[in-house]
Design a binder for this molecule. Structure first.
Ligand code: HSE
Length: 296
């Protein structure tokens, strides 16, 4: 039996639209073994929504088998989901990476991780969630001249994240549809300069700089209308001691970046606000994780 454990991820992180993401300490698991036929079992969080739907794990496995030109006769697959779906916490990226790592193992590892990242980016359309799901850490990535270029930044030890995931979903395709087709020169300069300073802040562990640089004009101003009380969550996070705040991926989750000494305070502020506003959902503290997808 082959087992793969894949972390959740947060993407964009403010100005890093489609290019910046970080792995978080919540994991889905994927198990597989060669068999005569194909049998699929799905369990865990929101698994009823995954049953009977188009399955991204299987699509990703098939994509790899076709690319390599080799496939097993059949397999038993068990998906144990533990990442909320369509909430901006990388559930699709985990499914893609889980499927690719499993498929690669079932046919004796023809591809290396960089090749898996290329396939994962083809499937997802952008590398910002799939890269940290595969490699852990904070990953800065882009596709340029048909090559995925990426670099890792180790998150600093004191970093903790407080997330609030509302029970309502925001699909990535809907939240991409609310974005403009073009941007002004000022907005482009605003984002590229903020992203550059944000990366400098993460490399030098400068929380004040990270807080100042985590501002965006490409997606958050348009998407926050889809998020109940986005501005209030941001204000309460910063007032409660977080040093930065952003939409997680395309939402609906929002994420506050804290040092360990402030995360519990931010967590209880999120719970209090959600309660006052009658927004059902889950607040939780997650750690950045340095390991990406792992065979167990
Ligand atoms: N970068 C992507 C977006 C992440 O913001 O649309 C969600 O898949």
């Amino acid at each position: 039996m082959i087992k793969v454990k894949v972390p959740a991820t947060t993407a964009n992180m403010g100005p890093g639209f489609d290019s910046l993401g970080m792995a978080l300490s919540r994991y889905s698991e994927f198990e597989g073994e060669i068999a005569e036929n194909i049998k699929i079992r799905i369990s865990g969080l929101e698994s009823e929504k995954l049953k009977g739907n188009k399955n991204l794990v299987i699509d990703s496995m098939n994509y790899l088998f076709e690319k390599v030109g080799k496939r097993p006769k059949g397999y038993n697959l068990h998906i144990k989901n533990n990442i909320p779906l369509a909430r901006g916490m990388g559930s699709s990226a985990a499914a893609i990476i889980g499927g690719l790592k499993l498929a690669n193992a079932l046919i004796d590892f023809p591809l290396n991780d960089d090749q898996l990242l290329e396939l994962a980016t083809d499937i997802e359309g952008h590398p910002d969630n799939v890269a940290p799901a595969l490699f852990g850490n904070i990953i800065l990535s882009t596709k340029s001249n048909n090559e995925i270029i990426y670099r890792k930044i180790a998150p600093f030890e004191a970093l903790e994240c407080v997330l609030f995931s509302p029970d309502y979903e925001v699909s990535t395709s809907n939240s991409r549809n609310v974005l403009p087709k073009s941007y002004s020169l000022q907005d482009a300069v605003y984002n590229s300069s903020h992203l550059a300073l944000l990366i400098y802040g993460f490399i030098t562990n400068d929380t004040i700089l990270i807080g100042k640089a985590m501002n965006d004009k490409i997606h958050e101003p348009y998407r926050k209308k889809l998020i109940n009380s986005f501005d209030e969550f941001k204000k309460i996070a910063l007032d409660s001691g977080a040093f930065a705040f952003s939409l997680s991926g395309s939402g609906s989750t929002i994420i506050a970046y804290c040092t360990k000494d402030h995360s519990k305070n931010v967590l209880s502020s999120f719970e209090k606000l959600a309660n006052e506003k009658n927004i059902s959902g889950k607040a939780e503290i997650l750690m950045p994780c340095k390991k990406g997808a792992q065979y167990e």
